[in-house]
Design a protein around this ligand. Structure first.
Ligand code: G3I
Length: 373
């Protein structure tokens, strides 16, 4: 072959490799191509038959609410974010705006405007609101973290906090995560300002005060890593059984469900766990589901993620009297995973450009399966 001919062959070869590489790369970045006109119009043929459904319509036909956590800034600044929430979800949880540091930054100062905005948005769109959360070891203001008070003062501080926050949203927030993440993985009580300064009684006191502030609100204990039967869920089970025997007003358990593609609970064990709490007469809600993936994501992982979302929703739908399946965000670009665990992301059901991922369609399929059954 002459030098000229060899160069032409080389150029074609290079062009071929470049096109193939970028094409493949794009497939990984955007697992589903969608028309610019937007939401619910998949151009990928395998999802074509699912394009006319919304999550909330199917959820309602399954007898449950479906939801996401919502953040104040994008709700204010990102129309597409608002549009999709209104279209797809029937329940929302303020992601950070009801936490202690957000609503109670100083001892005598409460700031509700951000939470109010989210609650009003929910009201305008006929959605329910989950209140998150009243007593937690994180996201506490300095006057609490560095506070030096007597036990009586700590009790007074927590009672005032719960009365004021729950009281403000009486009749507007249907359920509260009253106590959040009080246990370590081994089932011992987690160290926190509340445990240290009030003692283990802080848990029952918190439920009692929340009930006094809004007797109609459903009161939940909420935790992560307690979805299946394990040391932590056993400890929670013992706690709530004792609380119920003592007549403490507790109505439900929140299973957060923060999982990863390489780690997720056994659905059979989740089903058994839900069953034992239901036998105590408690409601069970999935409160914060997301499925993180190690970056960069592969097509296999995106498919696996969809399977995990589907299998957890199926398990939940097949449990006794499911009522709310809530995800911790619905769009990758605002997910806490990205700024909390560098190297992980893509945890939600819509990609950064608001294209529904296979996980979105997997949820639709899980609900269609349920309706058809
Ligand atoms: O508010 C500050 C802001 O002033 C500052 O400029 C900015 C700079 O990083 O940080 C802001 O605080 C962030 C806060 O979210 C509010 O946006 C914190 O850094 C960030 O760590 C914090 O993360 C939240 C995390 O809880 C705290 O542990 C996540 O958004 C939130 O999704 C996450 O939610 C928890 C649930 O409440 C309980 N279950 C687990 C779940 C995931 O951790």
């Amino acid at each position: 072959m002459s030098i000229g001919k060899r160069s032409i062959v080389l150029i074609f070869l290079l062009l071929f490799v470049t096109i193939t590489f970028f094409g493949f790369h794009q497939t990984l970045q955007k697992p589903i191509e969608r028309k610019d006109s937007g939401i619910g119009e998949p151009s990928t043929p395998i999802y074509e038959h699912l394009k006319n459904y919304t999550l909330k319509d199917l959820a309602s036909r399954c007898g449950i609410m479906i939801g996401t956590c919502v953040s104040y800034s994008p709700l204010l600044n990102d129309n597409k974010y608002k549009e999709i929430i209104a279209r797809e979800f029937s329940v929302i949880t303020p992601e950070n705006e009801l936490k202690f540091e957000s609503v109670h930054p100083f001892r005598n100062v409460y700031t509700f405007s951000r939470a109010d905005t989210i609650v009003s948005f929910a009201e305008e769109h006929g959605m329910k609101v989950r209140g998150h959360c009243l007593v937690w070891h994180q996201q506490l203001p300095n006057w609490i973290l560095k506070g030096n008070y007597t036990r009586e003062e700590w009790i007074e501080i927590l009672r005032d906090h719960i009365y004021t926050v729950v009281g403000r949203y009486k009749g507007k927030i249907y359920a509260w995560d009253v106590v959040n993440e009080a246990f370590n993985d081994d089932g011992t009580l987690r160290d926190s300002v509340w445990l240290r300064n009030i003692g283990p009684e802080y848990i029952k006191l918190a439920f009692k005060w929340a009930h006094e502030a809004d007797p109609d609100a459903l009161l939940f204990y909420n935790d992560y890593g307690a979805e299946a039967i394990n040391s932590k869920s056993n400890a929670i089970y013992e706690l709530v059984k004792n609380l119920l025997e003592e007549g403490i007003p507790i109505h439900g358990i929140g299973l957060q469900m923060h999982v990863r593609v390489e780690w997720y609970p056994n659905p059979q064990s989740v089903a058994e766990n839900i069953k034992r709490f239901r036998k105590l007469g408690l409601k069970v809600e999935i409160t914060e589901m997301d499925v993180a993936i190690r970056l960069p994501v592969s097509e296999e992982e995106i498919t696996k993620q969809a399977e995990i979302y589907k299998s957890i929703l199926k398990t939940y739908l097949n449990s006794d009297s499911p009522q709310a399946f809530v995800m911790w965000g619905f769009v990758d670009k605002y997910s806490w995973i990205d700024y909390t665990f560098p190297g992980y992301g893509a945890a939600t059901i819509f990609d950064n450009e608001y294209n529904p991922k296979p996980a979105y369609y997997a949820l639709i399929e899980a609900m269609l399966d349920k309706i058809g059954s």
